[in-house]
Write a protein that binds this ligand. Structure first.
Ligand code: LLP
Length: 431
């Protein structure tokens, strides 16, 4: 199986974290998101242990909650002693509703409004990751009004192409995020931040992209960021306390994707950071990282019921399901690859090639093309693996299709964490 939390039981059913997925489909209905809570907790612990061991005892992972944002995941993050990053007041609201300590929240985004800034500062948010001068001026104004010093990290663009897909590349010089080192604008924004009253500049942030499968891009980013920081120390006598290296560690979606060992990757990045700090005499900053996908993706499985199978003679076959791009838009958006199987016939030979099609009125509503399954029948349960990240988070109500529930599984026991949206929920805002 693709990941160690997946298996097949004596009834030939797919299991996730020991729970029978075909039985869960019966109990909760389809379509349905499952999330292996045990897996997410293990990942949180791996990141924390590795970062403290290989970077420094102050190092800390922040959960990039854009990957999957609902109350239960923030509660889990809190229980695991994780900090989180949020990218909108909506995510901040959910994190606070779940009881997260605002001091453990980092607020991202390239277009924060004045209302966002006020809301976050009134809530006592730990850090802003500031993107631009206008934002800094707004933070400064409101901090002065409140009579506080607001902690800030500056988002810097190191100028790196990690060679993943374009939609998630963020570290290149012409990115919409942050200020580039290469153009001199990073130094400019640093000086600007230092000149603004009410701002406590704690350090720097960069994020180079997503689905990265080796340590090299992170080491390259660390090189560029530390060179920049050493330059500022030598020129202005400023030493940063914090360096946030962003998220981006990749996840295996299909057998042909590489396997990445998080602990080993962090060990190599840590060794590299220690080496640069020794060479330059820069004191090791508190290192932060922001894993999203790698904390939650392989904990997720989505279950659908097959509605019909259609073969267009001489062309291709479709298996149509009761969900699709509204609960998983990633194939439609990025052409992302997934592994599928039949949850109720999980050990049968997969010798039928088909396109798995969603139920929306749109030809591009697909989960994937040329997918291999045992020949499905109407009523079979189709499982799409590795759907924990950027699925629920990116779900929509297109075609007025209600959003799916999330069932969390801990040590084989299932609990409903998000209920299924009703038609009433969908019209709740409509007057
Ligand atoms: N930090 C920052 C500033 C980010 O922009 C992101 C992701 C992360 C951390 C987390 O990166 P991760 O560890 O999840 O790779 N919707 C796309 C992914 C967009 C990623 C956006 N930023 C997808 O479905 O692949």
């Amino acid at each position: 199986m693709l990941h160690s939390n997946l298996s097949v039981n004596e009834n030939h059913h797919l299991t996730l974290c020991g729970a029978d997925t075909a039985e869960l489909a019966k109990k909760y209905g389809t379509p349905l998101y499952l999330l292996d809570e045990t897996r997410v907790r293990e990942k949180c612990r791996t990141y924390q242990r590795a970062m403290k061991t290989y970077f420094s005892p102050e190092a800390r992972p922040l959960y990039a909650s854009k990957a999957l944002s609902f109350k239960g995941i923030y509660r889990l993050a809190k229980e695991e002693g994780m900090a989180v990053d949020v990218v909108s007041p909506g995510e901040l609201y959910i994190a606070l509703s779940a009881g997260m300590n605002p001091a453990d929240i980092y607020f991202h985004g390239n277009a924060k409004t004045m209302a966002d800034i006020r809301y976050a500062m009134d809530a006592g948010i730990g850090y802003f990751v500031a993107d631009n001068k206008t934002e800094l001026a707004r933070i400064s104004d409101y901090a002065k009004e409140k009579g506080i010093m607001q902690k800030v990290l500056l988002r810097i663009t190191p100028g790196i192409d990690p060679h993943t897909f374009d939609a998630v590349n963020t570290g290149k010089v012409d990115s919409k995020f942050g200020s580039a080192i290469a153009t001199g604008q990073a130094e400019e924004i640093f000086n600007y931040a230092r000149s603004q009253a009410g701002i406590e500049l704690c350090g720097f942030h960069c994020h180079i992209g997503s689905q990265i499968f080796d340590e090299k891009p992170f080491c390259d980013a660390a090189d560029l960021m530390l060179t920049f920081m050493v330059g500022l120390r030598d020129k202005y006598g400023y030493t940063a306390k914090v360096l946030n290296l962003g998220g981006g560690i990749g996840v295996r979606y299909v057998e042909s994707d590489p396997y990445i060992d998080i602990d080993d990757t962090l060990r190599l990045v840590g060794a590299h950071l220690h080496k640069i700090c020794e060479e330059t005499g820069y004191p090791m900053p508190q290192i932060l990282m922001e894993p999203g996908r790698s904390l939650v993706a392989d904990a997720g499985v989505t279950l659908y019921e097959v509605q019909n199978v259609k073969t267009i003679t001489g062309y291709k076959s479709y298996a149509a399901i009761d969900g699709g791009m509204t609960d998983n838009p990633r194939y439609a958006l990025y052409g992302s690859k997934y592994t599928v199987l039949l949850a109720n016939r999980a050990d049968e030979e997969a010798d039928f090639t088909c396109t798995v099609a969603g139920r929306c009125c749109e030809s591009g509503d697909l989960i994937g093309e040329n997918m291999l399954l045992p020949k499905p029948n109407a009523g079979d349960i189709l499982a799409v693996l590795v759907t924990g990240a950027y699925n629920y988070a990116m779900a929509s109500n297109y075609n007025c299709i209600p959003k799916l529930p999330i069932v969390m599984i801990a040590d084989g026991k299932d609990t409903l964490a998000v209920r299924r949206e009703t038609y009433e929920d969908m019209i709740a805002c409509q007057l």
